[in-house]
Design a protein around this ligand. Structure first.
Ligand code: C2R
Length: 216
């Protein structure tokens, strides 16, 4: 009799364990666990980098425009929404006085990855290309994101490095989803192989011919 109970408990444990593994396996494909937000529609030209790498790994994400400056009440709402929906990471891109990542982080304990954006205003009345970029070349947003007060941390990737934010978000998710860990390892070794392949080609063709062919 006692043995039967032990068997039942063991079977239940195995089922629970496997079903939760199954649910985990399914969940990041079915349900967005990563939120991508940006301060303006103009940031979408950079922020699509995060979306594309997540799509490549078949990771669902929810994308929105939220501005701490222009839509302050939506900011708090979004933080509640992200918590309610079990988001594991928020990627927040903003340019100039980039307060969005920090302000979101002040409303939630979900890890926030900031993407500093080099503001580009194509409607600027001056004709020169240089005058269309922000006066501080993206350093303004980088510092606004990185210099958070102690107690409310935000990590940041480099200026315009939205793809890296996507990869970093996946690395956080991979702590929970074993299959994702494997995929990220494969991605790393693919990168290694492609550098090797290019190096072989460069060696074979010689630098002058290689550069002409690659960047013509
Ligand atoms: P527009 O192109 O709309 O003028 O925006 C945006 O992220 C964008 O890069 C110019 C820049 O303003 C930024 N912005 C912020 C915030 N809201 C908008 N940094 C914020 O709340 O931090």
């Amino acid at each position: 009799m006692q043995r039967r109970w032990i068997n039942l408990i063991v079977i239940k444990f195995v089922i629970d364990k496997n079903s939760s593994l199954f649910l985990k396996y399914v969940s990041y494909r079915k349900k967005p666990l990563i939120g991508i937000i940006m301060g303006s529609s103009s940031d979408s030209r950079i922020m699509h980098g995060s979306a594309e790498i997540l799509d490549k790994f078949k990771i669902k994400h929810e994308d929105q425009i939220i501005s701490a400056h222009r839509t302050p009440s939506r900011l708090e709402e979004y933080a509640r929404h992200a918590e309610k929906n079990g988001f594991r990471v928020i990627i927040a891109g903003a340019g100039g006085a980039a307060h969005l990542p920090g302000m979101i982080a002040s409303h939630t304990i979900i890890p926030v990855i900031g993407v500093p954006i080099l503001v580009y205003n194509d409607k600027h009345e001056q004709k020169s290309e240089k005058s269309k970029f922000s006066a501080f070349g993206g350093l303004d947003s980088l510092l606004s994101i990185s210099e958070m007060p102690t107690g409310s941390p935000v990590v940041t990737v480099g200026i315009n490095k939205a793809t890296n934010a996507g990869i970093y978000a996946m690395r956080i998710l991979a702590n929970e989803f074993v299959d994702l860990k494997k995929k990220l390892r494969n991605h790393k070794s693919d990168q290694y192989d492609s550098v090797l392949k290019e190096s072989e080609l460069l060696k074979k063709q010689g630098l002058s011919k290689f550069v002409k062919k690659k960047f013509k």
